[in-house]
Design a protein around this ligand. Sequence first.
Ligand code: MTE
Ligand code: MO
Length: 418
Amino acid sequence: MTRTEATQDLPDSRRQFLSHGGKAALIAALGAPVPFIDNLAPGVMPEALAQVVGEAKGKRGIRVLNDRPFNAETPVTLLDDDITPNERHFVRNNGIVPERAWKKDLKGWSLQIDGEVGKELNLSMSDLKARFKSVRRTLVIECGGNGRAGYDPPAKGNQWTLGAVGCAEYEGVRLRDVLNAAGVKKSAVYIGYYGEDIHLSRDPRKQPISRGVPIAKALDEHTILAWSMNGEPLPAYHGFPLRLVCPGWPGSTGGKWLKRIWVRDQVHDGTKMTGTAYRVPRHPVAPGTDVAEEDMEIIHEMPVKSIITRPGTGIETPLAKQLALRGHAWSGWGDVKAMDLSIDFGATWISAKLGAPRNPYAWQRWNVQIKFPKPGYYEVWARATDNRGHMQPMLVPGWNPKGYLNNAMQRIAVKVVA
Ligand SMILES: Nc1nc2c(c(=O)[nH]1)N[C@H]1C(S)=C(S)[C@@H](COP(=O)(O)O)O[C@H]1N2
Ligand SMILES: [Mo]
């Protein structure tokens, strides 16, 4: 691993620290003396540097979990916007961002559609834009592993807390229109995507990830091929020039840096489709259980969930005033129909005002004013219920070996003062 590969995505301060190490570099990166520097074990990333990406590569204030591949989540209070700005949207990369994406270079790019189709297609960006009707959709993308940090025993992988989710506005075309132009055969069962990102080993025969969805989800009117995010060409991290979005399903089904869609006559078996990847036990298991592969099933819809974006946890509020709270709620199963909060550890619930989504699979704004009965320590618990009656669990839901689908209620601490 060369230094440039390992640190290519990092802002200067962190890159400098990682590549040169040493006390002087650390002090320079932190911009302050470090009185107990001798107690800091070598290689331990100071928290101030670990938490925040500076202005680097179009990101601001998000929390880096991993730099190779680059993974970063958004602190929940920075997810307050109805539409998540590009600089705040979490990033989940399994490999290395292709050069084309940094250079915004379309030369030699096309999208290939092949497999179980009547006619193979090779579409340039202008073909895509000219031949198909474009659509704009506000869509939640949430990583299947969002909330993984809540599982015990812990699962390997990025320790996402609440912030591997975002809701941006995409422009593109329906995948369905493109597949229909190619003529989907009766034998079609699944699609598999291929992106231009580079495997960490740099072996060109390997894909960092190649997943897909059943043909019915691919043909769903809400599944899109997007070239724009919040009015800009897709940012490098988010898949320039084209990505798939399969809303309501794990983020991993939304192939970035897309170059090929293979229509399969079987369940796609690309990288991270097989084994235990993006699968959960068919039946509940005790935490820590070794689950056989044949007892695991592929994740489809993402569960109902909500976040509290205001206030942040740990605030103090005067007894005399009502406290305003707000956030978002969403579900892979359809709209959210109720949003409730508790200040008494779940004994009673207060309904929040819940807005309509801008379109299916956009998150919904909720807000509420709460008056506390007397001074002291409280927790506010937040719980969404979708229109199928699915409700967020109070505790971490079914433990699973890879730590997916944690949609436990978010709790914030509030101190009420006289
Ligand atoms: N080609 C490619 N597509 C990909 C990935 C990837 O590593 N390579 N990561 C997937 C995963 S696991 C998630 S959660 C989403 C994250 O999208 P974002 O980085 O735009 O938030 O992209 C998905 N698409
Ligand atoms: Mo993901």
